[in-house]
Design a protein around this ligand. Structure first.
Ligand SMILES: *Cc1c(COP(=O)(O)O)cnc(C)c1O
Length: 436
């Protein structure tokens, strides 16, 4: 744990003034009066994006028309933006491509992993994941398992090493490195080694890792990975996602969405499928040019930290922000009934902290978050089953590119106010919207 902190607003402002990463915030257009702590769900708008998208639309599309596939490099976007993301997650140039959504990419790489595992040893018929993994990952895994005659088994994260050791039947271990609910972070190298020792392939979802914590896919010797473009990479709503396969696997199997952009020669227009070499085969259809151009602007905001120490420096600030948040929760909210549902050891924590609402139902977490948002403090709410083990959560994400120490201080003050005043009990905060 870090040393006791000086928990005043003035001390927080002094930390911002001394923060070498503070200028990175100027890359973004943050609305006035908003304290945004939800970059783990949707990153903020980079200043460069609107002009870039306008240029893509009016010049590259409007003037260049179809010529822009070559002259504006549209056809290279999946690989070019992929190489940039690769720098953030320990993938070499050419190893990572941008395409489709996280869910679709997971389908592709999990299918490849299942086929490779089955080719190696047909007796391995189990895909293992974490019970509280993000549901879309589990839904996709259910479907892939069914297609390959496999079963999906879900376990509590702490029970997975024993499950791996129990029998030589696990084909693939599929985990999200940073759990979307608890913010708990797995040690990628250790868990990958456990999977390999059990003869299983290791697939990582980096949705809450890429751009938030240092990741070294090759260093960890992982097998496959996917990740999200619109969270810490600031690519915009519905931004394309990415996928990676270790080079030892990339050519072994072609993923089932065998579209023409993954063909060895898409513009030869031959009737039979021949997969492109390497990761190109993980593309399916035509790249989403406008979305990928916006994503590139978002990725550039993270790469802008490279001269300032890169992901290691961003991680150090992220830990400092979440340590401050936890210390302030203990100081200001000790009697609120809220619990800290995120590991206290920063090494086991991603870039978010989740607060559990009391299991006795005395606080409505959804309404508290709505009241906070009404005051300009934006986090989000994730329902659990309401027990102490799986409480309803208030989630707060800390994006070190733009979150300041004073933002953390102000958020806690506002939360303390909302709880003490009971203003969250107002009827207008109870009405549930379609998206939480
Ligand atoms: C955000 C997130 C996704 C999003 O998937 P989409 O296909 O983009 O909707 C998937 N998995 C995890 C773990 C996530 O956190």
């Amino acid at each position: 744990m870090t040393a006791p902190q000086n928990l005043t607003r003035a001390a927080c402002a002094a930390r911002d003034a001394a923060d070498p990463l503070a200028p990175l915030r100027e890359q973004f257009d943050l609305p006035a009066g908003v304290n945004y702590l939800d970059g783990n769900s949707l990153g903020v708008l980079p200043r460069a994006t609107a002009a870039r998208v306008q240029d893509v639309v009016t010049q590259e599309w409007g003037q260049g028309l179809i010529r822009s596939w070559n002259s504006a490099g549209w056809i290279d976007l999946p690989r070019r933006v992929g190489d940039k993301i690769g720098r953030l997650v320990g993938a070499a140039p050419g190893e990572l491509v941008v395409a489709d959504s996280t869910s679709v990419n997971l389908f592709k790489v999990l299918s490849a992993a299942a086929r490779i595992a089955q080719a190696n040893d047909p007796a391995r018929r189990v895909i293992v994941s974490e019970r509280s993994n993000f549901p879309t990952d589990l839904y996709i895994a259910e479907s892939v398992a069914a297609q390959h005659g496999m079963v999906l088994e879900l376990h509590e994260i702490d029970a997975i090493p024993a499950r791996l050791a129990q029998a030589a039947d696990v084909a693939v271990l599929m985990l999200t490195q940073v759990n979307y609910r608890s913010g708990r972070m797995a040690d990628m190298a250790t868990v990958t080694a456990q999977a390999h020792a059990a003869g299983a392939l290791m697939l990582w979802d980096l949705a809450h890792s890429a751009g938030a914590v240092p990741v070294d896919l090759n260093g960890a010797n992982a097998d496959f990975a996917v990740g999200c473009g619109y969270k810490y990479l600031n690519g915009g709503p519905g931004a394309p996602a990415f996928c990676w396969a270790h080079p030892r696997h990339a050519d072994r199997f072609w993923q089932p969405l065998s579209g023409w952009m993954g063909h060895a020669a898409p513009f030869v227009f031959e009737p039979g499928y021949r997969p492109a070499p390497g990761m190109q085969r993980y593309l399916c259809g035509t790249p989403q040019v406008i979305g990928m151009s916006a994503l590139e602007c978002g990725v550039n905001t993270v790469l802008a930290a490279e001269p300032l120490g890169g992901m290691a420096a961003l991680r150090a600030k992220s830990v400092a922000l979440s340590e401050l948040f936890i210390a302030l929760v203990r100081q200001e909210l000790a009697h609120s009934g809220l619990s800290i549902h995120t590991p206290l050891d920063p090494a086991q924590r991603g870039s978010q902290v989740s607060l559990g609402v009391p299991a006795d139902g005395s606080v409505d977490g959804y309404a508290v978050m709505q009241a906070l948002i009404a005051r300009g403090v934006i986090g989000d709410y994730r329902a659990g089953d309401g027990t102490a083990a799986e409480p309803h959560l208030l989630r707060f994400g800390f994006t070190p590119l733009y979150t300041r120490f004073v933002d953390v201080f102000d958020a806690i003050q506002t939360l303390a106010d909302v709880l003490a005043s009971g203003e969250w009990r107002e009827a207008r905060f109870m009405a549930k919207a379609a998206v939480t």
